[in-house]
Ligand binder design. Structure first.
Ligand code: GRG
Length: 288
């Protein structure tokens, strides 16, 4: 088996190349819109979600070439959510992925429209990897009961102290739903068994929450340069996070506990899930 760092770099490169091919060119009309989309898309994200989708597809014995458009689709949804989240009417952020945010460069109207355009593009791309079943999976995860619900609860919770359970509900929507969806899409493209789909779902949920706990830890322990976005903003604005609710030490314990749950979920998949195990350990240890 290829070593983990090489495998990750290869999947990232494949994703970058596929995005380069599949997204509208920046000189295609309307050029401002397409340049804005490419500005945010190629500003340097980790490409975690595409990599998770490709890993799940590979673990279930699927064709990862076929899965590449779907991998780009989840990155489109993710990038749209970041563009809109950074707008002045939401988090009002100036930096993302180490670069000025979309609205800072192209103005608010074009940033809203860039985010809007990335959503139908995601569904168009999904159909290159499979059928309506894939579309439904992403539509639900990115819809009003998950991704958007998480964002609404997050905005509504800004003005008051929220409980641990409320925080978890926010992140089930904002973070875990799309991460779970990536594993499920990879499994569906590979025509995985119902048992494997169940294992991937529980794995994705726990890993998704662990990812957010770690994100909150990094926000208060790492520099803006390292993270590529404004660090420490949550603490400065008094926003509830896993660290503010649990303490730094207990948040670390929670991230480890969720990662263990994720590992337990894929135990039945045996050797074929080795890459998924490496991903879980890598995410727990990450420092950006
Ligand atoms: C629909 C406007 C709207 C928002 C939905 C996803 C989201 C909710 C908001 C984006 C901001 C945020 C902190 C989301 C939580 C998930 C998360 C930790 C995103 C950052 O993902 P990374 O670290 O980013 O994978 P890169 O830039 O590496 O792709």
């Amino acid at each position: 088996m290829t070593d983990f760092a090489t495998w990750i770099a290869t999947q990232k490169d494949r994703t970058e190349a596929a995005l380069g091919r599949l997204l509208p060119r920046s000189d295609e009309a309307p050029a401002t819109l397409h340049a804005a989309i490419r500005h945010s898309m190629f500003a340097g994200g980790k490409r975690l979600r595409p990599i998770l989708l490709l890993a799940a597809c590979e673990a279930c014995g699927g064709d990862t070439e076929k899965a590449l458009p779907a991998a780009c689709a989840v990155e489109c949804i993710h990038t749209y959510s970041l563009i809109h989240d950074d707008l002045p009417c939401m988090d009002d952020d100036d930096f993302r992925r180490g670069h000025p945010t979309c609205h800072k460069v192209y103005g608010e109207a074009i940033a809203v429209l860039a985010g809007d355009a990335l959503q139908p593009l995601a569904f168009e791309l999904l159909l290159q990897s499979g059928g309506a079943e894939l579309v439904k999976e992403l539509a639900v995860a990115a819809g009003s009961k998950f991704l958007i619900a998480g964002q609404v609860l997050d905005l509504e919770g800004e003005e008051r102290q929220i409980s641990f359970d409320e925080l978890r509900t926010i992140h089930e929507g904002k973070t875990a739903a799309l991460l779970t969806c990536c594993f499920r899409l990879g499994g569906l493209i590979a025509d995985a068994s119902p048992q494997s789909m169940e294992a991937l779902t529980t794995f994705g949920y726990n890993l998704g929450l662990a990812f957010q706990v770690i994100d909150d830890i990094l926000d208060c322990t790492q520099s803006s340069e390292k993270l590529g976005k404004t660090a420490g903003k949550d603490a400065a604005s008094g926003k509830s996070t896993y660290v503010s609710i649990l303490s730094l030490e207990k948040a670390r314990d929670e991230a480890a506990r969720l990662t263990n749950e994720a590992h337990a979920a894929i135990a039945p998949l045996g050797q074929s899930a080795s890459r998924l195990r490496e991903i879980a350990d890598h995410l727990l240890a990450r420092d950006y």
